[in-house]
Design a binder for this molecule. Structure first.
Ligand code: T46
Length: 138
């Protein structure tokens, strides 16, 4: 099986003298949402992969970086409120979240309820799991 690629989707919306309305149409059914705020400067979070969880990340405020890694590729995505974009993250990526601005909110919509069994929190275990489940990326 070839791992699905992450992809951007746009936040649409309307801004007028009454304020700003932002809209995100979801490409999958979300069962859970959570957000991260108040991350001390320089601190990194994540350091895990999900076996089957599909997520959408966006920054309603501020900015943060989301680094997605496989054994074959590393890519850093900047999520910035001003860009009005959200990142769809398929299962199977090791992730590190960093460079939080002081005002940043990391908003996540997730396809499943919380399940610690879905996490791989050791990188060596992740590489073994990846190689058992995915073929080399082109
Ligand atoms: C992810 C990044 C962006 C729960 O009990 N329920 C939940 O829904 C979540 C998300 C977490 N927790 C517990 C599990 C840990 O004891 O909260 C604690 C902190 O979670 P974690 O260390 O996984 O935090 P992050 O910031 O490294 O990761 C979280 C999400 O877990 C993960 O899915 O992609 O945010």
């Amino acid at each position: 099986m070839i791992i699905e690629q992450p992809s951007w989707t746009n936040l649409t919306g309307i801004s007028d003298e009454e304020g700003s309305l932002r809209i995100l149409e979801l490409p999958f059914h979300a069962k859970r949402t959570y957000f991260i705020q108040g991350v001390p400067q320089g601190l990194k979070r994540g350091f895990h992969a999900h076996r089957s969880l599909r997520q959408i990340f966006f920054a309603p405020q501020g900015s943060f970086d989301l680094e997605l890694t496989t054994p074959f590729k590393k890519e850093t995505f900047v999520l910035n409120a001003a860009d009005r974009k959200a990142l769809i993250v398929p299962p199977g990526y090791w992730r590190v979240i960093s460079n939080f601005t002081g005002d940043a909110t990391c908003m996540v919509l997730a396809s499943h309820h919380y399940d610690e069994e879905d996490y791989i929190r050791n990188f060596d275990d992740y590489v073994l799991w990846f190689n058992e489940n995915f073929t080399n990326e082109s």
